[in-house]
Design a binder for this molecule. Sequence first.
Ligand code: GLN
Ligand code: ZN
Length: 773
Amino acid sequence: MSIKTANLGFPRIGRKRELKFALETYWAGKSDETALLATACELRQRHWKLQQEHGIDAIPSNDFSLYDHVLDHAVMLGAIPEGYGWTDGPVALDTYFALARGERGGKEADCGCINPHDAGRSALEMTKWFDTNYHYLVPEFQAGQCFSLTRNRPLDAFLEAKEIGIHTRPVALGPVTFLKLGKARDGSDPLDLLDRLLPIYRQILTELHEAGADWVQIDEPCLALDLTDKERDCLTRAFSAVALAVPDLSIIVASYYGAYADNLAAALALPVDGLHIDGIRVPEELKRIVPDAPPHLTLSLGVLDGRNIWRADLDAVLRDLTPLVEQRAADRLQLAPSCSLLHLPYDLADETALDLELRASLSFATEKLEELAVLKQALSGNRDAVETRIGASVRAVAARRTSREVHDPLVEGRLKSLTPEMAKRVSPFAARKDVQARHLSLPPLPTTTIGSFPQTAEVRAARAAHQRGELSYIDYRAFLARETEAAIRWQEDIGIDVLVHGEFERNDMVQYFAEQMDGYAFTRNGWVQSYGSRCVRPPIIFGDVSRPRPMTVDWAEFAQSKTSKPVKGMLTGPVTMLQWSFVRDDIPRADVCRQIALAIRDEVSDLETAGIAIIQIDEPALREGLPLRRATWQQYLDWATESFRLSASGVADQTQIHTHMCYSEFNDIMPAIVALDADVISIETSRSKMELLNAFGDTRYPNEIGPGVYDIHSPRVPGTEEMVELLQAAAKRIDAAQLWVNPDCGLKTRGWAAVKPALANMVAAAGLLRERL
Ligand code: GLN
Ligand code: ZN
């Protein structure tokens, strides 16, 4: 028996984003259910065949989803909250989409920040899937709720593949992870529902076995998290109950995105037949588990990075694998990516515009399958047959190590000569505050906005025309200048204190900067699902990052020249630039972040020299970057906050640094927020009725803060009184002398018709409150 290959999941959206377009056509009422389901079926079959062609032995089924696999699972189990018109039996497609997007259909807005309520009022809440940029719908539970099998999805998928002659290993989300990812509205513990779920899992597996399945993959990525004893007990109980009931069906438990660590003993003791190990995040665990795991257990070795786009040095992988493989019967081993390939673009075929050397060092989902096939050959005694491919992979990785495109001695030298002083403002905030107050002479409760103004159809059309070469550079700049000047005039007219230029020239808050930095590359078709039909195309950080020339100074200067009020310079922070990109894996993430920080530091200095007195460095992704395990939080927060300060601290005391964060919980990261030492932070708070401010009040946040008073995720125009109330609620938690008045976030997804009255009301609210101070 030779070693086998396995895949845990394949991207769903399609090579040309066929699923996205089919969904959006259906939602727009321009196609029917039959057409949508036909596209979905075609995609599934194409992806199965592709994996078969690459010789993958364990091909997943039921990894596909029309919107989200967690929602699929909830719907399958009848975990559907009241109010969606479902009582029992099969769930209609439109009920499914109502859960995903709200009754009226949510907006798929391109605002960069994902708000849990974004998808519309009556949709389920949405949140990040582990530490990825994929978002799932949060299942809702209540004490004593009943589950029922509305449809056996893994079975349907297994049979669908069987029909075209492909024997698959169906995937199902595990019961403990499913419950743990959900929320109980009544405050009960979802895990208490476990026993009600188990009979349904048994039914699913029994039916699969009867249909001819021999293996099933049950995903329990909660094993990569900090678990309580109760949670670990639940895992043991769940798998004992399920596995014993279906003894002839083999179960492989898959956890990924991190180490088993203190959950390892529990994982190894599960009465199952296989265990998947993420050998990329924690290579040591492979070495630890392979020799010691019970001999009957099949181990799936995640040896290719399922989260990143870099091609592996296959010779090095084989060197590490060979001693491990020798310690175990080959039929008890599988080679796999570290996790599902969901987080990778489809293939490299269209990336013909990329630098050849860079392209040769990349591996998207399809190429990962090829790499698996080579590894299998080499480990099955056919190394000769694949030697050229192994050689090519070695050369590709070696090229990155020495490439002059990747390594910039200036940047590397600068990184080596960093001093702690560089990450510190000249004086502490208490002293800066007075200098800035004299310099800026702002009223109490100063009003401002977060940066962007509506990206109207006209703005987008002009940018697209310019990109197509139909609108000349000069005409495009002239258009942007008119928009910017009009925005300045209008802000002056309604009496905002600190103006913004409006960001009309920007496509996206990361891409706009990445395109102007060295060390970044962009794909044509490197789409990755963010949620539902929404895909992003993360830039690739392949080399040392630097800023060859100023990136924002011209527009900032232009806007400032049109008014005597201060105009904020507007930048994206290093942590966010890092979090929303594919990051090189040959140096520590912290160092990549520091490099970006230095590039932004240069920009901050240039803005200051150009006379910009207030500079905002947005970091909406700071909290998102938190590692899965608490024990490693501090290490991350240390370099993340240091990077922010590095970008912000090259200026004189009188220059005021702002930062901005979108929807975020602050309670457990307050020391890090304080450590940013931004003079002013603006946050999203209107929807929480200022509750998010408690963390700031409780820790006596020392610097200034602008709690959002205008919910920009809604088209509704907030009234003056309502904003006064929110500000009063804020003033109960924070000294009014520290408060700023601003919306929750940028306004690019809104229309002027709502923005104008809303901001006028906001200025009026600040005015009313100043009188009462
Ligand atoms: N300055 C950005 C804007 O206003 C911030 C966006 C964000 O926080 N996601 O659009
Ligand atoms: Zn925001």
